[in-house]
Ligand binder design. Sequence first.
Ligand code: HQG
Length: 181
Amino acid sequence: MDRTKTGRYIAYLLRHRPDAAGLTLDEHGWAKTEDLLAVTALTMEELEKIVRTDEKQRYSFNADKTWIRANQGHSIQVDVELTEKKPPAVLFHGTAVRFRESIEAQGLLPGKRLYVHLSPDVETALKVGKRHGKPMVYRVNAGRMYGDGVVFYLSENGVWLTKTVSPEYLEREQTDTEQLK
Ligand code: HQG
C-alpha cells in the first residue's frame, strides 16, 4: 500500500471501524500501537513517519508511543478528551452546493460523525467542501453561538468542533471559488 492509502486505512480503523481489523479502542479512542502495526504490516518507523508527516496531523501517540489514536473525526462513540475553547468570532464550514437547501432548513448536523467540523479560514473550508462536489462555504457566527452558550472544542489538529449549528448562525460566504482553486 502507498502511504496515502495506508493513512486512509489507519483513519478508517481509528475513527470508524476498528472491528474491521479486529482492533479495539479504549473509551478515549486509543488503540495499542503493536496491534495497529500487526494489522497494517507497518514497521514502527513507518508508522512514526505517517504520524509525523500526516498533512492534517490526524493521529497522536501517547508519551511512550505504546498507544495511538485519531485526534478527531470519529463516528464511533469515544471521548478523545477534546479541549473546550472560546471560538474566534467567525468560523467557516465547507460543503457541497447540493446540501444547501437541507442545511439552510435544518442547520449543520454532524451526520455520521460526532461533531460538525468547522474551519478557521475560507481556503480550508473550500478544500473540505470540494470532497463532496461543487463546493460552497458558510460563514458561521461562532461568537454569537458562544455567547448563547454553545460549547466549542478545538482538536489537537486545529479543527473546530461543535455538536450542531442552527440556521440562524449561518450566512453564505461570497467567495470567488475559481480564484481560490
Ligand atoms: C453535510 C475531513 C445536508 C456537511 C475534513 C458535509 C474535515 C448536511 C457532510 C472532516 C447537513 C458530512 C469533516 C444537513 C451537514 N443537510 N447535509 N442538515 N449538515 N451536512 O465528511 O465536514 O480528511 O462527515 O456539510 O478536512 O465534510 O477526514 O464532514 O458536507 O475536517 O481528516 O454533510 O473530514 O478531514 O460530511 O468533513 P463529513 P465534513 P479528514
